[in-house]
Design a protein around this ligand. Structure first.
Ligand code: 6OD
Length: 469
């Protein structure tokens, strides 16, 4: 049974809840559910550790980040196994993306923080400079789609900036966080610097409202983000949110069509479409629309299947497949549930799906689905393509496919999204600002933006007396 990790110790408290393997629906583990006393205990442990951790020179904290990266390398296979058991991800993706990004996150933020200069300003006889102080105790709420990647993406900058943390992983994917707790203990990380508590949504709510939690970082649905924001507003806590998306992909007739089709396949179907950066709306220039649709429909039937995270989420995705039909869509590929004839038939799979023919105002084209599915529509001009892409309540990511350098810059700069990829998708440089506009989030993390969020500057201004000499 998975236990909480508080003050450097395993804590077995709270009733048990099961985690299911999405591939088969079978129970893979039992986990303790935190209650208010456990949440309070974790926050107190983090608070007690905060002063000494913040007092360490940043170079020493960076050293700890490198040691945690080494710990992840040493437990690589256990982390891969835990992540796959909870999510049903492919071995290939977990080994090449999810777990390596944990290592990269700790290494990158160690370097970025250790090398960051402070600001200094001179103005007619005054010197002003800034020192940055950590927020204190940070609540880290992690989603189920990229559990280890996103937990470490938040932990590394929070810790290297001098905060202590209480992490709440998703109740659906606690496994890799439990291995990470062992890594922290084995590395000898000072007790209370990292605390991990398990449980459902109300545990996250208790964490956000705890008076001794000084800031909250969250990746997940816009609805949950709104609820956290309302709670955090009570004490004006800093928040950083990366929320939902309804991301557009623009395919121009001057693209390299082979690359564009493969890029669309990757951006729509990776992780079963369960990445906030996945494309759900594709707009294709009319002259290549028919060919693009035909090729995408074929490729959709060839991709490796990844299950939805839960039976409930599968029902949600299937309800959008039904909605597409009832709104009058033409289904080009998929639209149902695959039959395997083996143990996977009790898992949470859906068919990768491509539809066309819906209006921009249909619910299908406006709401985030978070499954392996997209709608494809034609456009006639560059201006129309930009309007279509921007005509969404969300603004996280967009992709565009063109071989024209001018068009690439011109269009990319007019898209209302925090991230625009040209002739690629989900290519990451961890130093760049990362986040969304509109309903897709608030704030940016990545590189020094993360350090800015997880610390606050104090400006010190000194009057310099003029010498008579
Ligand atoms: O790659 C990242 O750093 C990141 N924050 C990915 C977020 C994906 C959301 O599903």
């Amino acid at each position: 049974m998975l236990t909480h990790f508080i003050g450097g110790e395993p804590v077995a408290a709270g009733k048990a809840f099961p985690v299911h393997d999405p591939v088969t629906g079978a129970v893979v583990r039992q986990v303790h559910e935190a209650d208010p006393e456990v949440v309070d205990r974790a926050v107190r442990a983090a608070r007690e550790a905060a002063r000494d951790w913040a007092a360490l020179p940043v170079g020493e904290r960076a050293g700890w980040m490198r040691r945690l990266a080494e710990g992840i390398e040493a437990r690589f296979d256990d982390l891969v196994a835990a992540e796959i058991a909870d999510t049903g991800k492919s071995f290939d993706q977990t080994r090449t993306l999810d777990i390596p990004r944990g290592i990269a996150n700790f290494r990158a933020f160690a370097e970025i923080a250790a090398q960051r200069p402070d600001d200094a300003f001179h103005l007619s006889g005054t010197l002003s400079y800034t020192v940055r102080r950590p927020l204190g105790v940070v609540g880290v709420i992690v989603p189920w789609n990229l559990p280890f990647l996103l937990m470490t993406w938040k932990l590394a900058p929070a810790l290297v900036s001098g905060n202590t943390v209480v992490v709440k992983p998703s109740e659906q994917t606690p496994g890799s966080a439990a291995v990470f707790a062992e890594i922290c203990a084995d590395a000898g990380l000072p007790p209370g610097v990292v605390n991990i508590i398990f449980g459902h949504g109300p545990v996250g709510q208790l964490l956000v409202e705890h008076p001794d939690v000084n800031g909250v970082t969250f990746t997940g649905s816009t609805r949950t983000g709104t609820a956290i924001m309302i709670t955090a507003a009570d004490r004006v806590k800093p928040i950083s949110f990366e929320l939902g998306g309804k991301n557009a992909g623009l395919i121009f007739e001057d693209c390299d069509l082979d690359r564009a089709v493969e890029g669309a396949v990757k951006s729509v179907f990776t992780n079963g479409g369960q990445v906030c950066l996945c494309t759900e709306r594709l707009y294709v220039q009319r002259s290549i629309f028919e060919e693009f649709c035909a090729r995408l429909a074929v490729r959709a039937q060839e991709v490796d299947l990844q299950p939805m995270i839960s039976a409930e989420h599968r029902e949600k995705v299937l309800s959008y497949y039904a909605l597409a039909r009832s709104e009058g869509a033409k289904v080009l590929a998929g639209g149902g549930v695959p039959l395997f004839g083996d143990h996977r038939d009790s898992g949470y799979f859906v068919e990768p799906t491509v539809v066309t023919g819906l209006s921009e105002w249909s619910r299908f084209n406006r709401e985030e689905i978070f499954g392996p599915v997209c709608h494809v529509a034609p456009f006639d001009s560059e201006a129309e393509a930009i309007d279509l892409a921007n005509g969404s309540d969300y603004g996280l990511a967009a992709t565009l496919w063109t071989t024209s350098l001018d068009r690439a810059h011109r269009v990319a700069q007019r898209l209302e999204a925090g991230l625009v990829w040209v002739n690629t998708w989900y290519l990451r440089d961890l130093r760049t600002p990362f986040g969304g506009v509109k309903l897709s989030g608030i704030g940016r993390e990545g590189g020094t933006r993360s350090l800015d969020f997880y610390s606050e500057p104090t400006t010190i201004t000194i009057k310099l007396e003029q010498s008579d000499a």
